[in-house]
Write a protein that binds this ligand. Structure first.
Ligand SMILES: [Zn+2]
Length: 348
């Protein structure tokens, strides 16, 4: 059995054909964030025969991931394996003919170009806006199509961002949003992440097989529970004064928009100062954190002791959140872990 046989059913499709299949086989795709969405899209891209697949994730596999993150097993969770490496091993077992590169790292302004600039398409599997804005900067600067996705509860959305056609993320939302529901506070249904991840993979394959020129610039929304779908045409949504795609200022890639973390020596704590956020709604933050541990509100700040297991963060940590969005994460001295906890539970 040769290579053609494996992809025979896909190459039969008139929109792909042998030509499209060979373009897919020469292409590099990146999946950033190998959580629920990323597991599904990476799986489909691997099976479809993308020549080179780059995986980036900063997290380890947790027991509560298994409900929806389809590349992982109980063994991965029990040993707390890094997701990028666990995913790579599983994907290699599915398709040994393609190249799979795993990076267990926190995508940042320092490493984003090095890790991703050879990508022909980037699929967003992240769970936070900070990384998504960084990806948007990189995609615009390098001219790489980026397929944004997100799912919370029973609903999810997909937005293809094609440089030079339609809007970028900052055309749609100029500043980093604060305080929203996440999978960690609102829950998430397994099937919706599969739907969103699968649709992201389909858009990525279309970009690779026939180029990005035909991809519809449409925000798509699905509800896996009610079956409702909605689509919003974004082809005219480019902001003519956008700082990113018009003025070519890449704040997040330049590190300007990414906030700061400061290690508080001797306290086993890290202070996280977010970039350019307004005031945080402490009541809303307290309400959502109360599902992950004990929360007290006092003197204009919120203090929460997060249960490590419930919150999927390993060991217990104590958060102190101020109304200006600043937070002290006690129980770690690692800036990347503090930033991850911050974006997971306070503001992405
Ligand atoms: Zn823009």
């Amino acid at each position: 059995m040769g290579k053609i046989d494996r992809y025979h059913r896909q190459a039969l499709l008139p929109m792909i054909g042998k030509e499209g299949q060979s373009r897919i086989g020469r292409a590099t795709a990146a999946v950033v964030g190998v959580g629920a969405l990323g597991c599904t899209s990476a799986d489909l891209l691997t099976r479809a025969g993308v020549g080179r697949l780059i995986l980036v994730d900063r997290d380890i596999v947790e027991h509560t991931n298994l409900q929806r993150q389809t590349l992982y097993t109980e063994t991965d969770a029990a040993s707390g394996r890094p997701k990028a490496h666990a995913a790579r091993d599983r994907l290699r077992a599915i398709n040994s003919e393609i190249e799979i590169i795993a990076h267990t790292s926190d995508l940042s302004s320092e490493n984003a170009e090095e890790l991703l600039d050879e990508s022909d398409v980037i699929v967003d599997g992240t769970d936070n806006f900070e990384t998504r804005y960084l990806l948007n900067d990189l995609a615009q600067q390098e001219g790489i199509p980026l397929v944004i996705g997100g799912a919370v509860g029973t609903r999810g959305t997909i937005t293809p961002l094609i440089p030079g056609r339609g809007p970028c993320l900052r055309c749609l939302e100029p500043e980093l949003p604060v305080q929203r529901e996440t999978c960690d506070t609102a829950g998430v249904l397994g099937p919706i992440v599969q739907m969103i991840g699968a649709r992201q993979a389909a858009i990525a394959l279309r970009v690779l097989a026939e180029g990005e020129g035909n991809v519809p610039i449409v925000l798509e929304e699905f509800d896996a529970w009610s079956g409702q779908t909605r689509s919003i045409d974004l082809s005219e949504s480019r902001n003519e004064s956008c700082v990113c795609c018009v003025q070519n200022e890449y704040d997040f890639l330049d590190g300007v928009g990414v906030g700061r973390t400061t290690k508080l020596c001797g306290r086993g704590a890290v202070q996280v100062t977010p970039p350019r956020v307004g005031r945080v709604d402490l009541l809303a933050v307290a309400a959502s954190l109360s599902k992950q541990g004990a929360v007290t509100s006092l003197d204009g700040l919120v203090r929460a002791v997060l249960d490590g297991e419930l919150a999927e963060i390993g060991d217990q940590v104590e958060l102190t959140i101020f109304s200006d969005g600043r937070a002290i994460v006690k129980g770690t001295e690692e800036a990347s872990r503090a930033r991850a906890i911050y974006s997971k539970y306070i503001a992405g």
